[in-house]
Write a protein of this length. Structure first.
Length: 529
């Protein structure tokens, strides 16, 4: 369906279209409520106040439902199935033209004389400015839509002067000039107001620009920053962007460390490690990095929504995590924050229960001699290895093995290895406490060989744990329950329970897509290019 009005020439993305549709729904709903209130008031005047009910005013009675029903139909149409951008623009224009015809008819049929004939103009002013505030619109399109609304009303005033001049108490030239002047003023103010609103929206978008990446929805927020779903202007692929918090706590040294760590992480090629596409800093100094967007759920939410997992499935997932850690460890990278919330299980291509390890933001490069790696304890208390707590500089690949053991414990039992009222108490348990055997806390049967392997990962001494992630993966594959969870089982789960838990962000009226600025020039200067 071709559009009846011009629109801004920027590409109409799905997010822009959905935002426009949602705002038009709000606008049509407000208009519908206004019509209902107006219909009730006019009906009350017509039916109960006899001295305000001349014979001519009876024509307004059938006009009231004529005003309510079409607006209600447009509201329902917009709330229905997905509409194209052309259909939305056309609906916007049709609604504007209809409102002009309705209020023009009301102006012509309204009882008594001027200034009563200008009451419809007052209601039209309210409707036009409601649209300016609610509907995101380029100034040119607002100019066309406002003109469509005002022209029928102005035509009604001309008809009054030509056909029933005795109803006008002022000279005809004065009346027509006043009506035309008010109409032009209304259109001009709507045009200017829309231009200002549109400019403010653009400034809000430009305030968070990251080059060609446009933020769509906020996926989550953690202690270090926020994660957004985003799209690339040219590639059109979905991505996720993590922005570190801008609370002034990150020094230049910290930003340099994060940049180095992201550079190292981007070298990882394991299919079970989330891919990093880009990184940089915003004009206000916020560090960010761009990674692949996954259709799935992290293990923390999986257990929270589905309960503890059966042993065969846990083995299936742990083996994939080991694959990601094995490559990282062989390159000298330690994750330092392995936990369920940093592991996503997703649907990737035709694979189900496919694991992706992410958030290497705390990764430690064992070959780093630059002094950029800090000495503070890094990680999540419930998953910290004892040596990480007692000596942060003693972190090794075995520390990730311990954290993976804590993760396995949580997946199998639905509980943390150690709990406490304070962080210090939890850390003390990791250093000195003895974990309760899995079989005593798990709701499902736990094979003895799996329990022994997980408890090995939780040994206080790093030397007593599996020597590497590769060795741990090999031990997992040798378990008798290793092949009890199959691809068919995974596919069946994702068709049922998985469909309810998968991450599929919905568009929100309160979040407009924004684009962010990449510091290409600064990055080139830093690299000496």
């Amino acid at each position: 369906m071709p559009s009846l009005v011009p629109w801004h020439r920027d590409a109409a993305t799905d997010d822009k279209r959905e935002l426009l549709r949602a705002r038009l729904v709000v606008y049509s709903r407000v208009t519908l409520v206004t019509f209902l209130v107006l219909a009730l008031l006019v009906s009350a005047f017509q039916l109960f106040i006899t001295n305000l009910r001349p014979e001519r005013g009876t024509w307004l009675l059938p006009l009231e439902p004529a005003g309510v029903l079409p607006v209600g139909f447009i509201w329902l149409y917009l709330r229905g199935k997905e509409r194209s951008i052309e259909q939305l623009y056309t609906t916007d224009a049709v609604l504007a033209l209809y409102l002009g015809l309705f209020f023009g008819s009301a102006a012509y049929l309204i009882p008594d004389r001027a200034p009563n004939v200008f009451l419809p103009f007052i209601f039209m002013t309210f409707v036009v400015f409601t649209r300016v505030v609610v509907v995101p619109s380029h100034a040119t399109r607002t100019l066309v839509v406002a003109t469509l609304s005002v022209l029928p009303l102005l035509g009604a005033y001309v008809a009054l002067v030509l056909l029933e001049p005795w109803r006008i108490d002022v000279p005809r030239v004065v009346f027509i000039s006043g009506a035309a002047g008010l109409s032009c003023a209304l259109v001009a103010l709507a045009w200017v107001g829309s231009d200002v609103m549109y400019g403010l929206r653009r400034e809000a978008r430009d305030a968070q620009r990251l080059g060609q990446y446009t933020l769509c929805e906020k996926l989550g927020e953690g202690g270090m920053g926020e994660v957004y779903r985003a799209t690339h202007a040219m590639l059109r692929r979905p991505t996720a962007i993590k922005l570190l918090k801008s609370d002034g706590t990150l020094s230049k040294k910290s930003l340099a460390r994060f940049e180095r760590e992201v550079q190292l992480t981007s070298q990882l090629r394991s299919p079970h490690t989330i891919h990093v596409y880009d990184y940089g800093t915003t004009p206000d100094g916020r560090f960010y990095y761009v990674m692949e967007y996954l259709d799935g759920v992290d293990l923390d939410r999986l257990v929270a929504g589905h309960g503890a997992l059966p042993a065969p499935r846990v083995i299936y997932l742990l083996e994939q995590i080991c694959s990601a850690l094995s490559e990282a460890h062989e390159l000298g990278l330690i994750h330092r924050d392995i936990k369920p919330a940093n592991v996503i299980v997703c649907q990737l291509g035709d694979r189900r229960d496919f694991v992706k390890v992410f958030d290497f933001g705390l990764a430690k490069d064992l070959s780093d001699a630059s002094g950029l790696t800090g000495s503070l304890v890094a990680g999540t208390p419930a998953y910290l290895a004892p040596e990480t707590i007692t000596d942060p500089q003693a972190v090794t690949a075995a520390s990730d093995i311990y954290s993976l053991g804590c993760t396995a414990y949580f997946l199998i039992t639905g509980s943390l290895v150690f709990e406490g009222k304070t962080v210090a108490e939890v850390c003390m348990h990791h250093v000195q406490g003895t974990p309760t055997p899995l079989s005593e806390r798990a709701p499902h049967a736990v094979p003895a060989e799996l329990e022994q392997l997980v408890m090995r990962c939780l040994e206080k001494q790093p030397s007593k744990r599996p020597a590497s992630a590769r060795e741990l993966a090999k031990a997992l594959r040798s378990l008798s329950a290793a092949h009890a969870w199959t691809e068919d089982d995974a596919r069946a789960w994702w068709t049922g329970d998985g469909a309810k838990l998968a991450v599929r962000p919905e568009s929100s009226d309160s979040f407009s897509p924004v684009t962010m600025t990449v510091d290409f020039a600064d990055r080139q200067r830093d690299q000496g290019t």
